[in-house]
Design a binder for this molecule. Structure first.
Ligand code: UD1
Length: 369
């Protein structure tokens, strides 16, 4: 069975890594890695291949940054000849980035079955580019691997046949568990001269948060207060850095002594940093899941989440982008921890379950001829 596994943007690499290992352990599966090049900086891409011991991609489409339409179109144009040449039995895509939908669309039109890992998540907010990518990718997929029960319900409500849906757990958490011991050796706390539990971590990169100067300024108002009582480490995503520079807000950030800006961090350093934080403030999707597993309180600066289990069972709380709500949430965290548990199947073995299902699916297809 020949699979093309697609990755393109930073959060994809953690999802592809355990799948690559699970496929390599099965002689009947041949896996090719295609990197679209959606993310290309050393800190956004190569450092993850190094930290996660991922093999170099078999193909790099080198598309780079552009508008949504231009980026998606270029990925499609460059991916099509790869599929035509390789004729895989399936194209596997992960997550919800532009690379995900672009490659799914190419594959399905060439009659190659699409496998979507991390299917079914819905924020029900169609202003998010990721929500559009998720909806469309799921509609095109032949096999849908889901991380949490809400995802199964969402897909069923959209009319996806139950036989295509598999609740298998979370490949991102496979990677977290596989690298926890290694991350312990990271010296990031010493480098930043931080004691455990004496700081918070902040990440912001979503267009809804960082592309609107008024919203970003409001968030900075809240952060100005937070950093007075707890220093915050802020690894700055390139999109966010660009916007802070363009809007002149970078000068304001630099005036906050408790807000420490760094370049984007590698996987192991970031995992270590999160694991010892008093709190994480973020607008990321994956970080909501990682903090739940680490038992670290997470304040999500968004109005909704496609990952409700992190609130129902985990450490996550939605505080939106209103400065007062962010501060209230922060004070609640300082006042005491809520009980939390790790969701079922987030046990480090999701990728093996996926490989099992794929092998059975392929054998059944082969038997049918
Ligand atoms: C993308 C994903 C988002 C994911 C995020 C993780 C889509 C629609 N969005 O958003 O879901 O959470 O990745 O990071 O696919 N840039 C660099 N170097 C890079 C990559 C990007 O400097 O290696 C800069 C460019 O100026 C680019 C901007 O960041 O224009 C945004 O990059 P892009 O890939 O368009 O979207 P992200 O915001 O990273």
């Amino acid at each position: 069975m020949k699979i093309i596994s697609v990755c393109g943007a930073r959060p994809n690499f953690m999802k592809i890594a355990p799948l690559t290992r699970a496929f390599a352990a099965r002689p009947e599966i041949r896996n090719l890695i295609v990197h679209t090049g959606q993310h290309y900086d050393e800190a956004m891409s190569k450092s993850f291949f190094d930290d996660l011991h991922l093999p170099r991609p078999d193909v790099n489409l080198e598309v780079g940054s552009a508008s949504h339409a231009a980026q998606t179109a270029l990925i499609m144009q460059r991916f099509e000849p790869v599929v035509l040449e390789q004729r895989p039995d399936a194209v596997l895509v992960v997550g919800d980035v532009n690379s995900t939908i672009a490659c799914a669309l190419v594959a399905v039109k060439l009659l190659v079955p699409v496998v979507h890992v991390e299917a079914g998540l819905r924020s029900f907010d169609r202003t998010m580019p990721e929500e559009i990518n998720r909806l469309l990718t799921d509609a095109l997929s032949e096999l849908l691997f889901v991380t949490e029960p809400a995802g199964v319900r969402n897909l069923e409500q959209e009319g996806i046949p139950a036989a295509k849906i598999h609740l298998v757990g979370n490949v991102m958490i496979d990677t977290l568990r596989a690298h926890q011991a290694l991350a312990e050796q990271s010296r990031i706390l010493e480098t930043l001269r931080l004691a455990p539990q004496s700081y918070g971590v902040l990440t912001l990169h979503r267009p809804a948060t960082v592309d609107h100067p008024d919203v970003l300024a409001g968030v900075l108002d809240a952060l100005a207060e937070v950093q007075r009582s707890l220093p915050l480490v802020f690894p700055v995503h390139p999109r966010t850095r660009g916007n802070l520079e363009r809007t002149g807000l970078l000068a304001r950030v630099r005036q906050m002594p408790g807000l420490r800006l760094t370049e984007p961090l590698g996987y192991l350093d970031f995992l270590k940093l999160m694991s010892r934080a008093r709190v994480v403030l973020t607008d990321s999707g994956g970080i909501q899941e990682e903090t739940t597993v680490l038992g670290v309180p997470c304040l999500t600066l968004r109005e909704n989440t496609e990952r409700p289990i992190t609130i129902e069972q985990g450490t996550n709380e939605l505080v939106g982008m209103d400065p007062q709500n962010i501060l209230d949430g922060f004070r609640r965290v300082l006042a005491g921890r809520r009980p939390a548990r790790v969701p079922d199947l987030w046990d480090g073995h999701a990728a093996e379950r996926i490989a099992d299902v794929l092998a059975r699916w392929h054998a059944a297809r082969a038997a049918r001829g």
